[in-house]
Design a protein around this ligand. Structure first.
Ligand SMILES: Nc1nc2c(ncn2[C@@H]2O[C@H](COP(=O)(O)OP(=O)(O)OP(=O)(O)O)[C@@H](O)[C@H]2O)c(=O)[nH]1
Length: 335
């Protein structure tokens, strides 16, 4: 998943986790006091609740620093589930503590996401049902049948709603990320996506190059035929670029400027850049009734030519402007 998406999910989960830790910490503190002062024979439960207060405070203070879901967070969810399950098992059925596990699916989905939320919720359901059935028989509880049925359907309903909510949230997030990283006019990836992908290319060991593409005298096209025709032309140009470089990553940098990240050596990138230039120049673009000849200026640079990766963009840009100064409609790959 893209960085933007990761940061949206991360921010949301951090808020959920901090809220959860705050509520659970306070609730566990109150319950611990209750069990120590007023409830006889519940010392073990009170000790677990005190541990939960400490654990909640620890997570509350640290969760923002972690990336992804850590073992401390899984441990916390398991501890909460264990406390609830233990309480159901420990107290008589007549106390109706079996209503508390109904809260767990919401917690699991919000805190851990779709897959882990599903697995842990189903596991908890099976455990609680087994406990309720066992206790029902051992305590000769005459209404265990309705309790089991009502608990099961209520739990499944809450789990279903939690599942649907989390799945839709994830889809909405995916759409938002796609919008944030895509250029609306051409459908190409945008500048933000370029920055993220560039970081990935740098982490990769294999050689790569960058090509800057700028349309020549595009202002004239707009002034002569209007901006709608200009837009259409940008769209068509995008198709020629992506057809020429099906395996590379193409971006619209803004305006009439495009760029392309290419895995491979510089010689083959220069060769393909030249082919693209010819392909654009030799066949005029047809927009409605108009046939519009277009040329582009291209600057090419390879990662092994620069000491700092960030200089690659500057070098390719400089070469593209050199191509403009050399009369346009050409590829420049050296100073
Ligand atoms: N139709 C359309 N035009 C755009 C868009 N974005 C930028 N432009 C136009 O692109 C033109 C860029 O003009 P200039 O920067 O002067 O460059 P140029 O005319 O291509 O000249 P050179 O780059 O020097 O060859 C301007 O007229 C902008 O209005 C867009 O999304 N759609």
């Amino acid at each position: 998943m893209h960085d933007v998406s990761i940061s949206i999910s991360k921010r949301l989960r951090d808020k959920v986790w901090r809220g959860l830790c705050l509520i659970m910490g306070v609730l566990a503190g109150i319950l611990a006091c209750w069990n120590i002062l007023l409830s006889q024979g519940a010392l073990t439960l009170a000790l677990i609740e005190i541990a939960l207060v400490i654990y909640s405070a620890y997570l509350y203070l640290n969760v923002k620093k972690w990336s992804g879901i850590t073992w401390q967070q899984y441990g916390y969810v398991l501890l909460l589930s264990s406390i609830v399950v233990y309480a159901v098992w420990f107290r008589p059925l007549a106390n109706a503590l079996y209503v508390w596990p109904l809260f767990l699916p919401i917690l699991n989905y919000l805190a851990l996401g779709l897959r882990q939320g599903f697995v842990i919720s189903i596991t908890t359901l099976l455990i609680v049902l087994s406990i309720l059935a066992t206790k029902g028989f051992s305590e000769s509880y005459h209404s265990i049948g309705p309790v089991l049925i009502n608990f099961f359907f209520c739990y499944i309903s809450i789990m279903g709603v939690s599942h649907i909510y989390e799945r839709n949230r994830y889809r909405v997030e995916e759409n938002l990320v796609s919008l944030a990283l895509t250029d609306a006019l051409t459908g190409l990836k945008n500048r933000l996506a370029f920055k993220q992908d560039f970081a990935e290319y740098m982490n990769d060991e294999s050689p790569f190059g960058l090509m800057m593409i700028d349309i020549d005298h595009f202002k004239k096209v707009n002034d002569t035929y209007g901006h709608d025709v200009g837009d259409d032309l940008l769209h068509q140009l995008t198709q020629r670029i992506t057809q020429s470089f099906p395996d590379a990553d193409a971006y619209r940098q803004g305006g009439e400027e495009f760029c392309l990240l290419y895995r491979g050596d510089k010689a083959s990138l220069v060769q393909q850049a030249e082919l693209l230039r010819i392909l654009i120049a030799k066949e005029a673009f047809v927009v409605g009734e108009q046939s519009i000849p277009v040329t582009v200026s291209l600057g090419v640079a390879a990662i092994n030519e620069v000491s700092e990766p960030s200089h690659l963009v500057v070098l390719a840009d400089q070469r593209m402007y050199l191509a403009k100064r050399q009369g346009r409609n050409c590829v420049v790959s050296e100073e």
